[in-house]
Structures are given as C-alpha cells and as structure tokens.
Design a protein around this ligand. Sequence first.
Ligand code: PMP
Ligand code: GLN
Length: 449
Amino acid sequence: MSTFVSRTQCVGNRVCAAAHIPQDAALMVEAGRATPCRFTICLAEICHAEPPEAPSRAPRRMNTVFDTLPTTVFETMSRLARVHDAINLGQGFPDDPGPADLREHGARALRDGWNQYPPMMGLPALREAVAAHYALHQGLALDPETEVMVTSGATEALAGALLALIEPGDEVVLFAPMYDAYLPLVRRAGGVPRIVSLRPPAFRLDEAALAEAFGDRTRVVVLNNPLNPSATLFGHDDLDLLARYCRRFDVTALCDEVWEHVVFDGAGHRPLMALPGMRERTVKVGSAGKIFSLTGWKVGFVMADARLMRGLAKAHQFLTFTTPPNLQEAVAFGLGKPLPWFEAMRAGYARSRDRLAGGLRDLGFEVLPAGATWFLNIDVANLGYADDAAFCEALVTRHGVAAIPVSAFYPDGSVRTLVRLCFAKADATLDAALDRMSGFRSGRPGRSA
Ligand code: PMP
Ligand code: GLN
C-alpha cells in the first residue's frame, strides 16, 4: 500500500521547519512506514506518517507539549544515518565499547548479584562512591545519605528536578543553545521559559541579558556546563555573574554537568555549587554515561542539599523509582578509578578532537574552538549554506556522513549555520568521514552520485 502525505500533515520538526520543503511536496509512505524520500530530511525521517485519520474520529486528547513535539534531532539523524548507510557523527556516542573492567563488573553483578529493586535513592555503595568522587575531583562535601540520589540517566534527574522545583507560572531562565530536553520539560512542568541566546564562537554570558531575563518571578535557572552543543566551558567570570543573579533573585540553579570530566587543554571544571552562597541553592546533575563512555547505561546522579533533595526524591519515586542495581555497582567501582585514568580518557578524546579538527581545516572547513564534550562545530556559512539543516541533509544523503544542525538547539533558530560533529570515534572512522566530506570542498560529486 502506498499513501501520499502532504507536508501539512507532517508533525514537523525543527529540521523540517527549516522550510526547504516545497509546500506541496508529498511523502510516499509504504505500508504505513515512512520511506526515505529524496526531498528532505523531514520527509525522509520525521513523518512517521500514518494514513490520514477518518474525519469522524474524535480528536485525541493529549497534552499539547508532547503532542506537538517533534522526534528529537538525535534520533532523527541516527535513523537517517542508518537509512543512508552513513558514518554517524551526529548523535553523541563513542564507537568504543567502553571500559572493559566496568563492563565486567556489571556483567558479574547481573549474573551473581541482586537483581531486585535496589533502594529508591540508589545503592549505598554508589552514593558513597559519588560523594567520594566529587570530594576528590571537585572539592565538594556531600553527605551520601541525604545529598546524593541515583537516577536513570541525567535525563531523569533533569525531568524530576524540573517537576519538583517549578510551580505553574514560575519563570525559568534557559540559555540557548540548549540541550533539547530542557524546553519541553520546563513547559510540561508549567514553567514559563525566559530564553537567553548565547552567541558563537564564545557562547559567554552577558550581564545585560541576565538583567533582562531574571526577575521576581524567576524560580530556576538551568545551566549546562560544559555546554553541549557549543563544546565550550563557561569562564569564572560567567559563573560568578550567574551566582550573583541567583543570590540576588533567590533562584535555584539546576546544573547539568554531565560533561564535567570531558574537558581539554588543561582546563578544569568548576561546579556552580562550589561558589559562595550556591551550596543550598544548586541541584547538580552528573551522568556515568559521559564519564565512562557508556551512554546506553543511563546511570545518573543528583546532588543537592538535604532540603532540596527531599523534594527531588519525591519526583524520582514516581518517575523511575530505581535504576538497574548491576549497573549501579559497576559505576560505583568506576568512580573510584585513579586520577590518571581520567587524564588518559581526556587525552584520548583530545587527540580525536585534534584529528577531526585538523582534517576538517585541511579540507577548508571553518572549525570553531572545542574545549570540552565529544563535539566540535563547523560554520557552513562560507560554503554557501545559510541553513545548517540543508547542509546536514546534503551531507548525510549525498556524502554519507551524519551530523547535527545546531539550530535544533536554538528555539528561535537564530543561529543557523553551525553543524555539530562527534569525534568520539576510532581514527579509522574519523578518517573515513573526512574522506567523504572532502567532496564538499573539492566539488567532487557525493558518494552516491
Ligand atoms: N544533558 C546533556 C547536556 C547531554 O549532552 C546529555 C546527553 N549527552 C544528557 C543531558 C543526557 O544524559 P543521560 O544520557 O545520562 O540521560
Ligand atoms: N546527548 C546526546 C548528544 O548530544 C544525545 C542523547 C540522546 O540522543 N538523547 O548527542
């Protein structure tokens, strides 16, 4: 069976909303499943179009935040990578299987250990390991009993924190580019977003913008540091400034610090929680997925003072309640690894960054500085692309490399020519991607042409 679905029936996606689709473009859907389409990213991947509903059917009643939400750009680009047999430098995950000793620990715990519900707050061994880890690495004094909670990834920690912290109508300050989960979670919690856009290439805070965004109704500010997708770290002056605004307006800072260990060139991560007056007004979020390059494990942790933690735990108890105990045991082991392990991990990723950045520069791409995370950005404006989504579409369909358009992280789409590439890959993968991308600059026809 073939069905044609017009664009107006497309649920839409930021990538799609880039509007490079002719209004009347049609999508062929076979057997109810979208097939790759030659027109656009959106048409190929985002419209899980089902045959149009019978008009007589009553409209579904769903929450509008999620009902109108597109599929995440990460899922979309990874699916496109599969469809086009592309090298996936889009969604952030390493192609290395992760530390063998952690996997061994987890496997042993799964085979021989306790596989029933662990305590709601997390295994005591992991909570103690988290507290010891942050004492050693960041000088934080956390009580493992009352100030640490284990979650199913940072995503659950963020969702729970926003649900627990926000009352409907509260204003929440967010910085763009922002991780794509923030805005819908804030909205679903009833928060009113106040978005401050940070400009490339430095992505620094600016006092005038903070003065405009913060006010008496501000309850929460969400800070992602190091910042994904910009691959930048906020400086001491940025953090001091933000802490001053949090204190002045009595605001709680929700700090997504999942990239805290993935920082390069001798830089160190400075947690906002450690700044004067911030200890009792900060919720800090970490993720073993990033620390140990095991993104599928989804083991996260939340740190906050005991008063805040009581509320956070109430949200967690009805979101996931617990996280697989075997993975918790393995992460507890991993957090105790000696300092040189973390240095070697960083050095390995810095080398990969340099390989990809150097290769791209040699090909004539404009590469932005990348001081943290697994990502670097290129500016495609000088390639004649005013639209990062169009560039990503051409890159994946014609050259077989998947990337992420950074405009997906700007709700107002104000930055439109940056493209994020993940370098957490083997040398051979990066070299193969560079080879494919050489077609862009040389004018050589794409892989499939
Ligand atoms: N926050 C940021 C900034 C991220 O980049 C990610 C994923 N890479 C997450 C949260 C989600 O982390 P997790 O997979 O632990 O849920
Ligand atoms: N955080 C990952 C990235 O930035 C993606 C996570 C996801 O796909 N949900 O690529």
